[in-house]
Design a protein. Structure first.
Length: 357
């Protein structure tokens, strides 16, 4: 137990709320003045802040699960009324053996507002860029098709380079807009009964030009031709095109990418395997983070936003799917997408229908 006077006086010096929590019950042992002020304001707004779980805005079970599964010190973002906070949970002792812990609240309302304005600006600019970029790409496509007559080979090569760069800019814009939709919860899903093999075929057709550009072949192996799932086919094609594109980019010229469909542990499983350099173990935890590009050897040659896999993970989570991977340096990488089976009556899911990666 912390000393009642000295420790309390020290905590009162903090401008932000600080709680002292009983580790077992999650009950509040002490609040500093800033926390008391916030608690009163929350009560006036109809919120009862009675223990750590209520302060974190989660159930008691969820709060306890986070405390037991996370590192001794971790951060969790919460909001109370119009104010946003980062809360850091820290045991009173480094060993974590204490029966009490601190919860430090740091207000980030201004930072959140700046981030919101930045996101709005990026979204607006992205929307404004997409239409002219699409028009430019279309015009270059017409020129390459001969609509303006024959052109010198050198000019054709330059237009082809410009068209590829236009494609990349459109991809970046679309990725940013998808992230925007995910952030504000407006990404739409039009689920229907889908033959998974058809989705794979559409995705493979969609990357034909990309495949030829990198001189990589794509083979398909369908071991469950009648597999059905209740998913948004367009979003699933987006997922597979992203995985196939990554596999192609990180495969050597003349290599092969294999996409397969099978049944696995009660799911329809799609696997995408490449013959690339593999992902180092110290980089694997970063794979699904935003703006992260793995594989320094290929980064300059292939480009990319570093957003694709984070978007893939979000789309699959919204569809009650799982994504995982296996990789070995020098031995390539295989991604697995597990989709709930649809039998016409119900979906087959894991416990609680949860998704993990």
């Amino acid at each position: 137990m912390i000393p009642a006077t000295t420790a309390a006086q020290m905590l009162d010096r903090f401008e932000n709320p600080v709680l002292v929590i009983d580790t077992k019950s999650l009950a509040i042992c002490h609040m500093n003045l800033a926390a008391l002020t916030l608690k009163q304001a929350s009560q006036d707004s109809g919120f009862e802040l009675t223990d750590l779980a209520s302060w974190m805005g989660v159930s008691t079970e969820e709060a306890r699960a986070r405390l037991t599964s996370q590192r001794p010190s971790f951060f969790h973002e919460v909001n109370h009324g119009a104010a946003y906070f980062d809360v850091q949970i820290q045991p009173l002792s480094d060993s974590g053996a204490s029966d009490q812990m601190f919860a430090f609240f740091h207000e980030i309302t201004r930072r959140r507002e700046v981030e919101r304005k930045k996101q709005e600006l990026v979204s607006t600019v992205s929307h404004e860029l997409r239409s002219p970029m699409t028009a430019i790409k279309g015009a270059m496509g017409l020129l390459l098709a001969g609509s303006a007559g024959e052109m010198p080979e050198r000019a054709r090569n330059m237009i082809q380079i410009a068209q590829r760069n236009a494609d990349r800019l459109i991809l970046i814009v679309n990725d940013i807009l998808d992230l925007d939709k995910i952030a504000d919860g407006t990404m739409a899903f039009d689920n229907s009964e889908v033959r998974v093999a058809d989705v794979i075929e559409t995705a493979v057709e969609g990357i034909a030009g990309f495949r030829d550009r990198f001189d990589v072949s794509v083979t398909t192996e369908i071991n469950a031709p009648d597999a059905l799932s209740m998913i948004d086919p367009n979003r699933m094609v987006q997922v597979l095109v992203n995985l196939l594109s990554n596999a192609i980019k990180f495969s050597p010229a003349g290599g092969n990418v294999k996409i397969a469909l099978s049944r696995h542990a009660g799911f329809n499983r799609i696997s995408v395997a490449d013959m690339g350099e593999g992902i180092p173990k110290d980089e694997q935890d970063l794979l699904f983070q935003r703006f992260v590009q793995i594989g320094a050897k290929n980064r300059a040659a292939t480009g990319g936003t570093g957003l694709g896999l984070s978007i893939v993970q979000e789309i699959l989570a919204k569809q009650d799917c799982k994504i995982s991977f296996e990789s070995e340096v020098g031995g390539g990488t295989t991604f697995f997408v597990d989709i709930p089976i649809y039998d016409g009556l119900k979906l087959s899911k894991q416990v609680n229908g949860s998704c993990s990666s």
